[in-house]
Ligand binder design. Sequence first.
Ligand SMILES: Cc1cc2nc3c(=O)[nH]c(=O)nc-3n(C[C@H](O)[C@H](O)[C@H](O)COP(=O)(O)OP(=O)(O)OC[C@H]3O[C@@H](n4cnc5c(N)ncnc54)[C@H](O)[C@@H]3O)c2cc1C
Length: 402
Amino acid sequence: MAGRGSEGAPHGQPGGRTAELRERVGEFVRDRVIPYEPVLDAGGPDAVAALGVLQGRAKQEGLWALPLPAHLGGRGLTFGEYAELAEAEGASDHGPAALGSAPLLDVSMLERHAQSGVRDRYLRRLVAGETRTCYAMTEPEVPGTDPFMTGTRAVRQPDGRWAVTGRKWFTSGAAGADLVTVLARTDGQTGDREGLSLLLVPTDSPGFRVVRELPVLGATGQWEIEFDQVGVPADHLVGARGQALAIAGERLQRGRTLRCLRWLGQAQRAFDLMCERAVARGGSRGPLAGHQLVQQQVFDALLALRTTRPMVHEAVALIDAGKDAHIEVGLAKVAAARMLQQVTDAAIQVHGAAGLGPDTALPALFRTGRAARILDGPDELHITAVARRVLRGYGGLSPTRP
Ligand SMILES: Cc1cc2nc3c(=O)[nH]c(=O)nc-3n(C[C@H](O)[C@H](O)[C@H](O)COP(=O)(O)OP(=O)(O)OC[C@H]3O[C@@H](n4cnc5c(N)ncnc54)[C@H](O)[C@@H]3O)c2cc1C
């Protein structure tokens, strides 16, 4: 959270109702969520209980589900309004779950593309935090960067139901989820550009299995899951048959941008810790802050924060206006991931051994920064996609192949 100096903090004030909400969300994350982080990071029943306590408080304080639709029980902030406070909420990885914003992408996707029976059955419960979802695209056996290679299959049964078979991994939150949205091939052959669909699978269905946990640099939260002829009702197909990649693309644009805002919040937190440490840690020649090479770390981190933030908000503004934001989202994703890794690394360096030990959030923030360069599409994918779009504008390169 913003510290005493808060020099990397956002400039420009949000207007109207978001200004006050941003303040309150920031306080909630700083005073309530961050103290619980060690318990939440450890996972297991204690983490579930702690999250329940935080969610109850968020509801009491009127901070629950701020960006979710009002007619489903949320507060109904627009994407642009929510973006003004998503940085404060995301200063902790656990902020969105504690404040009920975590299902935003699933709720938006299902509201837009699910059939009416499915919407009636699940949406209110999702917004209330009574039902949890996860999203499974990536598979162990094929590159996640190439969805046409998806090996999971959904086969239409004579009674209209689907039978889903396959394996997914690094599915965030799968072990505690009630529903999983699965990318599966419903038509064609492996490698075809068509024939991929999304299905919503209840995790209590026979044949669904959590195979194992996949700790990421020691952190909990990722799982490998298996589908063995899992029966899925016909109306649980999300969107039209064969439309998975269009729906996933829509979801990823918003998802990546939200993630960038949260990474900004976490980088701000690391920056504040670094500056506080530099000023407080004294030696025989004065505080660390007096060393020019420490000042260099502060300058470079501030530069990274200040140059990344406007890029992320440019992507938000385009998405909010319904305009094409492929280039801006790609630029923001790569810039924000690099920035988080750079700022957390600098903060660790200035802390010395304490930066790697258990007494600050820096190891967890650094871990998020490292994972950021891989999840939501590795940086390389965004770099080549953005460059290709730009070069097409100069008359080079076809839309599909290098
Ligand atoms: C913490 C975390 C949470 C995740 N959560 C989820 C989730 O909830 N649901 C889900 O479905 N997945 C999730 N993932 C998986 C993530 O989306 C994939 O790891 C990512 O899409 C990359 O796929 P892959 O791991 O199969 O890498 P691969 O596709 O095998 O790629 C490996 C590497 O090859 C290089 N590469 C690939 N393509 C190119 C290219 N075109 N040009 C240059 N280099 C390239 C890159 O360096 C890349 O990192 C998560 C991952 C992490 C780490």
